[in-house]
Design a protein around this ligand. Structure first.
Ligand SMILES: Cc1ncc(COP(=O)(O)O)c(C=O)c1O
Length: 377
């Protein structure tokens, strides 16, 4: 019965696409311990160093955390809503100056639940081609139609809108702000212009920007002053915030619609109260103190040629990329090769993600090793 699976797994191995879990020994802020070595972790979304941080965990437990339980034992719509959930939603709605907010168990839950709920038959979604798998899965689950436009290509999007918009009732444009694999930033101002011109709703996933961009850390929409123009903003807590979960903020009617129609929200046990309380505590007490560190991190990224803290180093072939990761490992860096099908064939790369305690000097040897590899090609 499992022969077909076996065959597929063998094929994956032949093409160097087989995925397996790694046994890390320990994580400690910006470092990760692996195969007996202490390595600078350049493959983590722990952008503000709030996760794997003993001092932060202790401070939270000492001041606030110990009163909260480790299980909610119920979905939000059953008995899963304690005051702390409402307080976090209220905090987010206030920060974004939106009418409502809704928590999801993860960014994956949020995106799957949002696209599938908001786009019934007769409606349409226009989605950036490089949008995250969770957005794609949400669109596949919806009964509406979806089109994918070439990455950050506003002319192609407009041509698509001219051709298709009038064939549908409600329309949505969905994009990430900071792209998870390329670290580049979508032209959100142009998206706002197009959404107005073609009467669409705009949904922006700020998973990698929430906690990093903007004066308050709310994301790229804050930085550009366009929060008001975005109908639904999605953010996640598992990256910069160092916690788990996600949120959407928007109008009361959209939030109420998601509460009633988003299956990933309705049919899943709520996150543990202690986790919700940690997220709220970080956003209220720690995030406001990070502005300088965030600026410094983005400055370092700029010196590597990236507009965000995610730096793609495109090597090309799988083997060259894997070999470079090995060299970097021996020099004290933890990096991961990103290969097809995650990225297009021939664009295998390192995806370096900075965290805010990393000093530029710590990246000197890394820079040299990367340059050596690129020159040798
Ligand atoms: C753009 C984007 N959206 C959503 C997600 C999913 O978030 P989570 O890990 O909380 O499920 C990710 C995860 O990497 C992401 O990159």
């Amino acid at each position: 019965m499992y022969e077909d699976y076996q065959k597929i797994l063998e094929e994956l191995k032949t093409r160097s696409h087989f995925r397996n879990l790694k046994d890390f020994e320990r994580k400690d802020e910006k470092f990760i311990y692996y195969k007996g070595k202490k390595l600078l972790n350049l493959s983590s979304n722990n952008y503000l160093n709030f996760a794997d941080n003993k001092a932060i965990t202790k401070e939270f437990l000492d001041t606030d955390g110990a009163q909260f339980s480790f299980g909610s034992a119920s979905a939000r719509l059953l008995t899963g809503t304690l005051p702390v959930y409402n307080e976090l939603e209220e905090l987010l709605a206030n920060l974004y100056q939106k009418e409502g907010a809704l928590l999801f168990n993860s960014g994956y839950h949020a995106n799957v639940g949002i696209s599938s709920a908001l786009c019934p038959k007769g409606d349409v979604i226009f989605s950036d081609k490089l949008n995250h798998a969770s957005i794609i899965d949400g669109m596949k689950l919806s009964d509406g139609k979806f089109f994918r436009f070439p990455h950050n290509d506003m002319t192609a999007l407009e041509n698509l809108l001219i051709r298709e918009r009038e064939n549908f009732k409600n329309a949505f444009i969905i994009s990430e702000s900071v792209f998870s694999m390329d670290g580049d930033i979508e032209d959100l101002k142009k998206l706002v212009e197009l959404k107005i011109k073609y009467n669409c709703n705009l949904i922006i996933d700020e998973a990698h920007a929430f906690g990093v961009f903007g004066q308050k850390g709310l994301g790229v929409a804050e930085e550009l002053g366009i929060i008001n123009d975005v109908d639904l903003i999605v953010g996640t807590f598992g990256k910069a915030i160092g916690s788990m979960g996600a949120f959407a903020v928007g109008s009361r009617i959209l939030i109420d619609f998601l509460i009633n129609k988003s299956r990933s929200f309705i049919f899943s046990t709520a996150l543990p109260p202690i986790n919700i309380a940690f997220t709220k505590w970080i956003i209220e007490n720690k995030l406001p103190q990070t502005l300088q560190k965030r600026k410094k991190m983005l400055e370092i990224a700029k010196n590597f040629g990236s507009p965000s803290h995610i730096i793609p180093v495109i090597i090309g072939e799988n083997k060259d990329t894997v070999d470079l990761c090995k060299v970097l490992f021996h020099n004290g860096y933890f990096t991961l090769p990103i290969r097809p099908p995650t990225v297009p064939i021939g664009t295998s790369r390192l995806r370096l993600s900075l965290t805010c305690e990393i000093e530029e000097a710590e990246l000197q040897i890394l820079k040299e090793k990367i340059n050596e590899k690129l020159l040798a090609k």
